[in-house]
Design a protein around this ligand. Structure first.
Ligand code: PLP
Length: 363
């Protein structure tokens, strides 16, 4: 294959290997064939291994859609009729979950915190105490807009102490930051094939405790297409996704996951760490300021404050024409752009980027 290699520094879709790109070139197949069902079932089991979820107690529910479809499925499916969802919100992605709760009229509390810091755990605890009807707590592991890593383990412990289910949007940390669902006090998490596993867009998945899925059978169905229980049971009964799956993306995801296990979780995280360190170093050399203190960053995304007279579109275009993609920020309070360390990239790619970026700033 001779495909141009672009370095994507946006927060997903990520740069993929040629072998993952090539894995999409397969004979046409009807996804109702048993062979394809087995492929999806095995993929689901392998996706559990990434977060050390025991297949006896946990299930993967596959969806055809971008990562947001998993958020939609969880918010619309996991809250009983007479109970509430608590959203611990310190950024754009938890705010999106709150917007979904409003759209589906899911009773909820949108517990908002400033987007440039961590949520206040004492306030989370007080809210849980004062509202015994909270059935589930939702937060975002990494707020990808700022690169802040949230204390999911601590929030999950509080949720469990108050009898609530812990739902974490781990879309931008899964298969990058190594974690085990049990140790993190997670009951439900999610991701999307174009992020940590370095696959293609169009396949997303929720990883849930089977006991949570069983309990949710009695909850209102607020969305037909994205209902988590219907999607789960549909696959269990037929070995097929309820509606047409993204066939070629599934093959690419299988290949990507093979490459993930071949690289190894610890080695992959070390590579992302090398990559982000090269980003920190490059920024420091140019005297550019990071918007979020290093101690609360995820190690995957850096939000950078605009230098004086910065023209984002012109710098973007200059870099883009040379194979590097930078991404606008998601903070309303200040002008930032983002540099991310996900995907099949390494330190050397970042060094290459900074040569071009410096030229762009001069030009
Ligand atoms: C990427 C991402 C999503 C999903 O975004 P899509 O554009 O729907 O794929 C959700 N949450 C977080 C934290 C993300 O980083």
């Amino acid at each position: 294959m001779n495909i141009k290699r672009n370095i994507l520094l946006n927060p997903g879709p990520a740069t993929t290997t040629d072998t993952v790109k090539a894995a999409q070139l397969v004979p046409d197949i009807c996804p109702r064939e048993q062979e394809f069902g087995r492929l999806m079932r095995d993929l689901g089991t392998d996706l559990l291994r990434v977060v050390r979820a025991d297949p006896v107690d946990w299930a993967t529910v596959l969806f055809c859609g971008s990562g947001t479809i998993c958020m939609d499925a969880c918010v619309s499916s996991l809250v009983p009729a007479d109970k509430k969802l608590l959203i611990v919100n310190n950024g754009a992605y938890s705010a999106r979950a709150a917007a979904m709760a409003r759209a589906y009229s899911v009773p909820h509390i949108d517990l908002s915190f400033p987007i440039d810091g961590l949520p206040d755990l004492a306030e989370v605890e007080r809210t849980l105490k004062e509202n015994p009807d909270i059935a589930a707590v939702y937060t975002t592991h990494q707020e990808t807009g700022t690169g802040i890593l949230n204390p999911v383990r601590e929030i999950g412990a509080l949720a469990h102490a108050h009898g609530a289910v812990m739902i974490a949007d781990t879309i931008s940390t899964y298969a990058m930051i190594p974690f085990a669902v049990d140790e993190m006090n997670i009951d439900v998490c999610m991701s999307s094939a174009q992020k940590g596993i370095q696959g293609m867009t169009g396949l997303s998945f929720v990883i849930a405790r089977k006991s949570v899925l069983t309990a949710a059978k009695a909850y209102p169905v607020r969305s037909y297409y994205t209902n988590l229980v219907m999607q789960y049971e549909g696959f269990e009964e037929t070995g097929e996704m309820r509606f047409t799956p993204p066939v070629q993306t599934v093959y690419a995801a299988r290949r990507a996951l093979m490459e993930y296990f071949a690289e190894g979780a610890a080695k992959k995280w070390a590579r992302h760490t090398r990559t982000i360190n090269a980003i920190h170093e490059g920024l420091a050399q140019l005297g550019l300021k990071e918007a979020i203190p290093r101690e609360i960053q995820s190690g995957l995304v850096v939000a950078v404050e605009y230098p004086a007279d910065f023209d984002f579109p012109r710098v973007h275009d200059y870099c883009y024409e040379r194979g590097y993609t930078i991404y606008p920020g998601k903070m309303q309070t200040s002008s930032t752009f983002r540099l991310c360390a996900l995907g099949a990239i390494d330190e050397a790619d970042i060094k290459g980027f900074f040569r071009v970026f410096e030229e762009a700033l001069r030009a």
